[in-house]
Design a protein. Sequence first.
Lengths: 121, 422
Amino acid sequence: MEKRELTCINCPMGCQLTVEMEGNEVLSVSGNTCPRGDIYARKEVVNPTRIVTSTVRIIGGDKERCSVKTANDIPKGKIFEIMKDIDAAVAHAPVKIGDVLVKNAAGTGVDVIATRNIHQI
Amino acid sequence: MKQYDIVIIGGGPAGLAAAVAAKKAGNDNILILERDHELGGILNQCIHNGFGLHTFKEELTGPEYAYRFIEQVYELGIEYKLNTMVMDISADKVVTAMNREDGMFQIPAKAVILAMGCRERPRGALNIPGYRPAGIFSAGTAQRLVNIEGYMPGREVVILGSGDIGLIMARRMTLEGAKVKVVAELMPYSGGLKRNIVQCLDDYGIPLKLSHTVVDIEGRNHVSAVTIAEVGPDRRPIPGTEERYTCDTLLLSCGLIPENELSRSAGIDMSNITSGPIVNESLETSIPGIFACGNVLHVHDLVDYVSEEASRAGENAVKYINAGCKAHEGSNDIQLVATSGARYTVPSTIDPENMDKLLTVRFRVGDVYKNCYVNVYFNDERIMHNKKRIMAPGEMEQIILQKKKIEEYPDLKTITIKIEKD
């Protein structure tokens, strides 16, 4: 049996959660004061995901950088691989919110999309 | 210069929402003055997500949230001037501003909405000893450099203060290849959201040292090391607890201060606690026809609340103009008092005649409170008794007052908010 310690992120209480696991199966969650803590802990230990936000270099635009995000949650372990793809990317203006600037980032199947408009100059 | 009914100072989230609401309330003669080269304010550099859950029921990044409002400003044909600095607002609502196209100009307005936002507490206000080398930035300045300009301020970073901007920048610098060595927080609790502590620090193994502060900065030309020490309950450093970190960058995330030079020079009454104007139920300041909203009024935790508050300021400015720009009479005003743990309220006074059916009163607490009650007293009678599992200084609290209830108390002079054990 494996024990994992987590801090719940749902409210300022920040309950210290203890999750008991057998392989990939959650046996118990303790330390939470409300059901939201239980739900959070079960997802976080088995399949933690994050949205990654960064910027992509722009050529020929009215801005040097365009802010971007992954179109969906990606596995937490892939964050730095995705950052490598984002840092290597270059986009040409104009760019519109929602444009795909990196396709299938780090093989996750998730695209990186623009979160602002860039005008051409 | 063209005449305008409503001049809005600032084109960030507050100014945009105020403009959109005023236009929708029927006024067609609105001007937004913005000193930056684009609308959107600080949201443009807040590229992380988590904005808009209340307003749009989805998680947006800062630029996306701003664009939802900018788009409306375009579609509604609301006028705005960029690269324009407001120099003065007079007590009779003449706005003096300047830019490269128009030079210096004056606009006599019927109503003015203050939406200038806030700025970060700088090093000079923190009394940190040590040299004054390059490499010390406020967290927001670093955020602008990284996210807008595309420059990295440094490679090895120490952060003082655990406000949300500091936490967000700890992650941002880490993602771009910097090593964030420690986040030191003077208080025994963090001013940032739990979610940010977990997802910006814990995710990347960055230590958060509570009850710690910077006691020395080394480096003649550029920062070379920072020493932090533990502080006692009196917030003074405890000798012998010093730890030295070699680094090339120190980021400061030590609080936000409403930017009220214009309000003060106009002669508006200010609150010592929020550093923002004192306002009534209509978000009107002590000068009739000048309204305030967003972080210039009091520093908010969520932009959704800024948008909501600013919309009300916009609507109230239109109401004021439609009613013939009459000064508020004020003899029936009810005073709002925050005490026993509650630090302030916005608004400070309520004229029951001018209030909507429901009025949201926002406040903050001065300490971390667990299993306490927010008690609301009409004169001496307790009329609200809300249990709270936790309240913290970093989060805004609110109560909602009903006009119907207030009208049941014709002799009501004060409404008091207290944080109590029962």
